[in-house]
Every structure is written in C-alpha cells, then in structure tokens.
Design a protein around this ligand. Structure first.
Ligand code: SAM
Length: 244
C-alpha cells in the first residue's frame, strides 16, 4: 500500500523527508499526523474569523491576542513537519527520557515528541489550558498509539508544572509567547545538564520573544543558544551548566 502523505512548507510526512525516523514511520503515528496536519489547514479560516476582534483590541490599545483568544480554541497553530522531525531526532540523539511541552493544542508536536519518548523508553508530558484541546490531544495521542507514554496536564502550565520533578531532558515552549520566559524560569532548576530547550515562533513574534532570546543568549544563565531557520524560527538552546 502506498504510504499516505501530508505536507507543510513542501516537506512531506511519510515522504522522503521523514522516512528513516523509525518512531514516525509507525502506521498509527503517520496516519494520525497526516490527518491532523490536514485538519490544521482550516486554521486560516479561524484567523479570518478572529481578525476583526483582534483589530478591535489593538484599536483599544489592548494586545491583539485578547480579542482573538475566544476564536483560537479551534486553531491548531502547529509546528511544521520539519520542526517535528528535528524535535524527534534531537530527542533521540540525547536519549531524552522526560520530554515536556508548554502548549500542546491538538497534539501535533506532542505526537513527534511522544514518538521519540517511546523509542527512548521515556515519557512525554504536555500542557494545555483549553478544555476542548485537552480532550482532543489525549484522543489524538491514543489514536497514534502513544497513550501509554503520554500525559497531558490540564490547566495553566505555570501551575500544572510548578511541582514537576527533575530531571527534564527536553523542553518545547510553544504556548502564548509572553509566558515562554516565566515557564522557562519555572523549569530551569529541573533541566539536566545537556538538556535541550526549543522555542517556536522566534521570527513571528520578534518583539514579544526578545526578552526570552536575550535571556537564552546570556551565557550567565547557563545556555548556548541559536535560532534555527525552521518553520517560523526555532530557538535551539542547550543547557551547558548544572542548574539545580
Ligand atoms: C501554538 S499552540 C501550540 C501548538 C502545538 N505545540 C503544536 O505544535 O501542535 C499554543 C497553545 O498553548 C496553549 N496555552 C497558552 N497558554 C497556556 C498556558 N498558560 N498553559 C497551558 N497552555 C497554554 C494554547 O491554548 C494553545 O493551544
């Protein structure tokens, strides 16, 4: 049977791009990713519906997200397949046992990360605040055959991750952008030396993410960091210090 494919930015899931990555080639994983990435194409209509409310918020001197937020509960806003491949491969490289995500949405990035966790004999912990997305992400991880290595913490990640045990081997930051730095600082003492932190949307939100990028580039904070030109800019930071 011909493998099904999905594309984003010209990169094919199940095509030449992601063959060779064992955990992503498993049929349940691949078919769930293809289905979700197809469904995520409808995001453009969510943004069209949200635009007037976002503009109104800006006109009132409020953040655009405040106006758009009620609409975004239906938006996937996922990482790209090439970002997913890099997350997967990095998690495999460092043998990540505990992988944590801030902002899981419907679970696309979660599937890449949980697939790596399973191959490593580890686990994936996602976080999500929107009730409809929490149940959908759990169902999608189950449909990808990754339910037994995954958990989604329901609620505000600043609370649900507060007492998270150490060590964390890989962290993806992809929730609302003003929270990257607070969430990173909350989890920083739990990051093991040589852990990796990824943060999405560096090019999309340069102003909102400037404090985060500046923090990760300041060597006194214990990271080596650069932006990878993948998707909308993926900050790739390696923890080089004992942060406990
Ligand atoms: C860009 S989307 C995540 C996309 C997802 N990582 C993927 O690639 O499929 C951001 C998500 O973060 C969630 N979020 C925002 N603030 C949050 C918070 N304080 N705690 C938990 N989740 C949050 C939003 O509800 C939204 O679903």
């Amino acid at each position: 049977m011909k493998p099904s494919t999905g594309t984003s930015a010209g990169f094919k899931i199940g095509g030449s791009g992601l063959t060779g990555l064992t955990g992503l080639e498993r049929p349940d994983v691949r078919s769930t990713l293809v289905r979700l990435e197809q469904a995520a194409k409808a995001d453009k209509w969510v943004f069209v519906r949200a635009a007037p409310a976002a503009i109104l918020a800006l006109l009132k001197g409020r953040p655009w997200l405040e106006g758009a937020l009620p609409y975004l509960k239906d938006a996937y806003i996922p990482i790209s397949p090439e970002q997913g491949g890099v997350l997967y491969q990095t998690a495999r490289l460092i043998g990540a046992q505990t992988i944590v995500e801030f902002g899981t949405s419907f679970g696309i990035s979660a599937i890449y990360l949980a697939a790596a966790a399973r191959e490593n004999g580890g686990r994936f912990v996602g976080t999500e605040i929107e009730p409809n997305k929490i149940s959908a992400a759990r169902a999608n991880l189950l449909s990808a055959g990754l339910g037994d290595v995954s958990e989604i913490l329901a609620g505000d990640a600043r609370e649900t991750l507060r007492d998270f045990e150490r060590p964390i081997d890989l962290l993806l930051l992809d929730g609302w952008k003003d929270l990257y730095l607070p969430v990173l600082q909350l989890l920083r003492p739990k990051l093991r030396k040589r852990s990796v932190v990824f943060a999405d949307n560096i090019f999309t939100f340069p102003k909102a993410l400037a404090p985060y990028v500046a923090y990760m580039r300041d060597h006194r904070n214990g990271f080596e960091s650069m932006t990878l030109p993948l998707g909308h800019g993926l900050e790739y930071s390696v923890c080089v210090a004992d942060l406990e």
